[in-house]
Structure formats: structure tokens, C-alpha cells
Design a protein around this ligand. Structure first.
Ligand code: SAH
Length: 457
């Protein structure tokens, strides 16, 4: 017999918030049973309603604040917390930066087992809002009208919203314009439950420096009535638009983009600048959403790499080449690899366009290409990695260690997998010198960091 669970759904409790989860939720404990509570900060005393009680933990909702934290700041629109677009908007920005530094310290101690590694203070933004250069907005039909907004956390209920707070305000404005044009052409919003209707998502990217805009309309079916006229209208009403693309996603899935794409207006890419170089960015290519902070991040990575003219650098998980091309003129040679073919086409184009000749790119899984390069006898002095959230594949780490570079620079968007990988590098004789969190995602719990490793004697 297991012990009977004491906390039940719909019960009310008065609790003290003792911690902030890595997702930015307040944590309270009732006889050791953890409850996660949105919009609650450490030190606050709150009356809560239990909204969900599982075996190991539950969720609560604040009914009344008895005390409030001095670290709290007012949030204009509470939907921002609820929809998960800005789950930390109620925490003062200096404290958000401290929270992120502590999270990194925590994983360095607990997962990497290296509490001694210095984690520098998070580098934040002077104006920590309106920074996102990309929006991916679900479209649904609500009361016969097209609605754009965001999902409630852990649900598929759309909360209509117009001011997204962390997005470039020009993009917010453009979403409304595109939505209204689609409404005028009587395009039907997608109904997820019934898997019917046409328009699933509107994606907008806008170059931070170039101001070039791309609009991607993700549809459920290839047949898209009056698509060219719609694209024309978008271009006419939004003069910055240089590209309108239809992406077709017929699957019943959470994945936003399908494989198939059609250009409805203009080109199939936008251009933007980063650290003085120009980049072509296709719809399917990854591009950091916070350009200003990405520049800081890459600059720090380059500094950590301590480059010299003789260096041979591998830029693993290269995307469109932003890191490798930013440092190419300081080194002898750059090798880059990336799994998305469109991104590698962009990288090759970007090299030519910026007159950079000492680079070589290959499409493929990093772990496969790395092994191949290792067997070919390529001897990098520096390896830069920038993997997705799941971190490095252990085959990749084996090949990297086998190649015996002098320095490794690791850029990560997930401290937990970073710490796991850092431990493996440390065991192979690579000491972590320092870790620098850079805030690419203000008002959210997402953390980006860059770390340097050097080979031991
Ligand atoms: N360095 C680039 C991209 C970083 S994002 C930049 O800063 O812009 C991580 C990249 O890894 C994405 O472009 C993604 O497509 C790619 N990727 C994901 N899994 C991969 C794998 N197994 N092998 C190679 N690339 C991968």
C-alpha cells in the first residue's frame, strides 16, 4: 500500500513560496509534496487553489497574495505569464539575470560535479523587451473570426493577443495586418481537434538591421485559394516584406513547419547583418531570435577561442554560418557542418557573398561528419559547438576528443545538457575555464551560455 496522498485537487492552502523552478514557477511544499505555482515568487505568502494533484507533484493557482516579494514587478497583461511567452515578466529584470546565473551554477555543481567553475554574471539587455526578430503565431477560428495569439501553457487553447511584449513591435503590427488580409480573403483558421480549416500558423521574421521581412503562411493543404493575391496584398500593405512563402504541413502534429514550400511573392530568403557581415536566411534555417545579444554571444565565443592565424577551427552545428564566418578572417581555415540542407546552402552563399574563401561546409549529422573528418586526419586546434537543446551526441564528443584540439568553445541553450557534456570533456582532460550566461531571452526562463575549455597538460 502506498501512503494516501494528502494534497487533493480543489483544496485551498496558505503556503510560502520557497523556490523558483527552472521554468520560472513558484515552488511551495506541503509536507514535502511540491506544488508548482504560476506568478508566485520566493518569499511570498499566498493562498492557493490546487488545480492538479499528481502522484509526485501538483499545480496550484494563486487566489490571494498575503505578502509580495520586493523582487516583483507589475505585469500589464497577465496573459503573458499564462501563455508562457514571458513566464518571468513578473520578476524584476536584475533578478531574472541572477536567477539565470544561479541556474547555471546549480547544474555545474549538481550535474557536472564542478562547483568550483566560475559562472560569470549574466549579461543582460538595456531594454529587455521587443527583442524577438521572429514570431510564430498560431491561427485559429474563434466565433467565425480569425484569431492570432498564443496557447495557454500545456494546452491548445488559444489566447488571442496583439501585444506580444517581447517581439519586435513592427512584427506585432505586421501580424495584425496579415491576419486582417487573410480574414478579408475569407481564409479559414485551422481547427486542431477536427483537423480542418486551412491556415495553421503565421511566421514573420524581420531583419534587425536590414528591416527585411519574410511572411510564412503555414497551410494544411497545398491548394490555397487566391494565394498570389493574398501575397500581393501583404506586400502592398507591408512595404518591408521581400518574401512571402507558403509552407504546407498536412500532418496532425505540434511541429510547425512541413517539408514543402512555395514562394508566393519575392525571394525565398531575407538578409540581415551580424557583426558586420551580411547573411542570407531561408525560412527553414535557424537564426538567433535576439540579434543584439547574439552578437554579444558570438563575440564572447570568439574571445574565448583565443584565435590566431594558424588556427584550424571546426564550427559544429553551424546553421547559416554565423559563428564560423564571423571568425574566419582571423584563422587559417574553418570547417562547418549542419543537418539542414537549406542552412548549409545559406552558409555557402554567405561565405561567397562576404568574400570568405577559407571555409568548407558539409550537410550531415554533426556526429557522422565529425567521425569522417577525424578519420580523414583533420586536426582542428579549436572546436566550437552550438548544438540544439539535447546537447552533443556522445559519438560527437568521442570524435572531438580524439581530434585533440587545444581549445573547445561550447555555446548552449540548455544548461542541463551542457553540464552533462562538460563532465565528459573534463574526464577526457579538458578543464572548463569559465561559463558566461548571456540573456538572449529576457522575460522568459530560457538560458543561453558560452563556455571555454582548454586541454590539460
Ligand atoms: N550556430 C548556428 C546554429 C545554432 S542552432 C547559429 O548560431 O546560428 C543549432 C543548429 O544545429 C541548428 O541549425 C540545427 O539545424 C542544427 N542541428 C540539429 N541537430 C543536428 C545534428 N545532429 N547535426 C548537425 N546539426 C544539427
Amino acid at each position: 500500500m502506498t501512503e494516501q496522498q494528502i494534497v487533493k485537487k480543489n483544496e485551498r492552502y496558505t503556503v510560502e513560496i520557497v523556490d523558483l523552478s527552472y521554468e520560472g514557477m513558484g515552488v511551495a511544499k506541503i509536507d514535502g509534496y511540491p506544488l508548482f505555482i504560476e506568478n508566485a515568487l520566493p518569499g511570498e505568502e499566498v493562498e492557493i487553489l490546487v488545480v492538479k494533484a499528481g502522484n509526485k507533484f501538483g499545480y496550484g493557482k494563486v487566489e490571494t497574495f498575503i505578502t509580495q516579494s520586493p523582487d516583483r514587478q507589475p505585469v500589464e497583461n497577465n496573459a503573458l505569464l499564462r501563455i508562457g511567452i514571458a513566464p518571468l515578466a513578473h520578476l524584476k529584470y536584475e533578478q531574472q539575470l541572477v536567477f539565470k546565473q544561479k541556474q547555471v551554477e546549480h547544474v555545474m555543481a549538481k550535474i557536472a560535479k564542478m562547483p568550483e567553475v566560475p559562472v560569470l554574471p549574466t549579461v543582460g539587455m538595456a531594454e529587455p523587451f521587443g527583442y524577438r526578430n521572429k514570431a510564430q503565431i498560431p491561427v485559429r477560428r474563434i466565433d467565425g473570426q480569425l484569431a492570432t495569439g498564443f496557447y495557454k501553457k500545456n494546452s491548445h487553447d488559444l489566447v488571442p493577443i496583439e501585444d506580444f511584449y517581447i517581439q519586435d513591435p513592427v512584427i506585432d503590427q505586421a501580424i495584425k495586418v496579415v491576419r486582417d488580409i487573410l480574414q478579408r480573403f475569407q481564409v479559414r483558421g485551422y481547427n486542431e481537434e477536427k483537423n480542418e480549416g486551412q491556415l495553421r500558423h503565421i511566421i514573420i521574421r524581420r531583419g534587425h538591421y536590414s528591416h527585411e521581412m519574410m511572411v510564412v503562411l503555414v497551410t494544411r493543404k497545398e491548394k490555397f485559394f487566391k494565394s498570389k493575391e493574398i501575397a500581393e496584398a501583404i506586400h502592398e500593405e507591408l512595404s518591408e516584406v521581400v518574401s512571402v512563402i507558403q509552407n504546407i504541413n498536412e500532418e496532425k502534429t505540434n511541429v510547425i513547419l512541413g517539408d514543402k514550400e512555395k514562394v508566393l511573392y519575392g525571394r525565398d530568403y531575407i538578409e540581415d547583418q551580424l557583426l558586420g557581415k551580411t547573411y542570407r536566411i531561408s525560412a527553414k534555417s535557424f537564426y538567433q531570435v535576439n540579434t543584439q545579444q547574439a552578437e554579444y554571444l558570438y563575440q564572447t565565443a570568439i574571445e574565448f577561442a583565443e584565435l590566431d592565424k594558424k588556427d584550424i577551427v571546426i564550427d559544429a552545428y553551424s546553421g547559416i554560418g554565423t559563428i564560423g564566418l564571423s571568425l574566419a578572417d582571423r584563422v587559417d581555415k574553418v570547417y562547418g557542418m549542419e543537418v539542414i540542407p537549406e542552412a548549409i546552402e545559406d552558409a555557402q552563399f554567405n561565405a561567397l557573398n562576404n568574400k570568405i574563401e577559407n571555409v568548407h561546409y558539409e550537410v550531415g549529422k554533426a556526429e557522422k561528419v565529425m567521425k569522417k573528418w577525424q578519420e580523414k586526419g583533420i586536426k582542428p586546434s579549436v572546436i566550437v559547438v552550438d548544438p540544439p537543446r539535447k546537447g552533443l551526441d556522445h559519438h560527437f564528443i568521442e570524435s572531438a576528443i580524439e581530434m585533440s584540439p587545444e581549445r573547445i568553445v561550447y555555446i548552449s541553450c540548455n544548461p542541463a545538457t551542457f553540464a552533462r557534456d562538460a563532465k565528459l570533456f573534463a574526464e577526457a582532460g579538458y578543464a572548463v575555464k569559465k561559463v558566461q550566461p548571456v540573456d538572449l531571452f529576457p522575460q522568459t526562463h530560457h538560458i543561453e551560455l558560452v563556455a571555454s575549455f582548454v586541454k590539460g597538460e
